[in-house]
Write a protein of this length. Structure first.
Length: 158
């Protein structure tokens, strides 16, 4: 006769923890026709990337991206371009060495903010508005470079 008592369930997670973030690829008019726009990049100390952060349970993706922009840079005068929303997904290990599957959705937005108007949060050590080629070289991760390429191609097609 078999034992009807169920086996205890494992308390360990079987797969990666899922996280969702949202951010903005932000640009402003460039100084010359040869450099038609400059992209905003943030220095996180160990890498260069865009303003982004976790989507709160009460937020939609765009609301989270706009909130993160204000929190991380102080910039609130952005105009989101319709028709551009792209996701990237990657894996990393958190501080407890757990596997995390992170999906980040990016929107494209313009601003007229000057360098003097940028007020960085404590999670950043610097920022730069760079033309496309310089921004492409400065971005740390290939997925971020791919996102910049998609954004720039989108703007060229307008």
């Amino acid at each position: 006769m078999s034992d009807p008592t169920p086996a205890p369930k494992s308390t360990r997670s079987r797969g990666p923890r899922n996280e969702r973030s949202a951010g903005l690829v932000v640009f402003r008019p460039g100084p010359t026709p040869a450099d038609p726009r400059q992209y905003l990049l943030l220095d996180y100390g160990k890498h260069w990337d865009y303003a982004k952060g976790h989507v709160e349970p009460t937020e939609d993706d765009l609301t989270a991206a706009l909130r993160e922009m204000v929190e991380e840079t102080g910039i609130s005068d952005v105009r989101v371009l319709p028709g551009f929303a792209r996701e990237m997904t990657y894996f990393f290990r958190d501080r407890k060495k757990r596997l995390v599957r992170k999906t980040v959705i990016f929107f494209l937005a313009s601003t007229r903010a000057t360098d003097e108007q940028v007020v960085l949060s404590d999670e950043h050590v610097g920022f730069a508005f760079l033309n496309y080629d310089d921004a492409l070289r400065r971005l740390t991760y290939p997925a971020a470079r791919d996102m910049l390429q998609h954004a720039d191609d989108y703007l060229k097609a307008l």
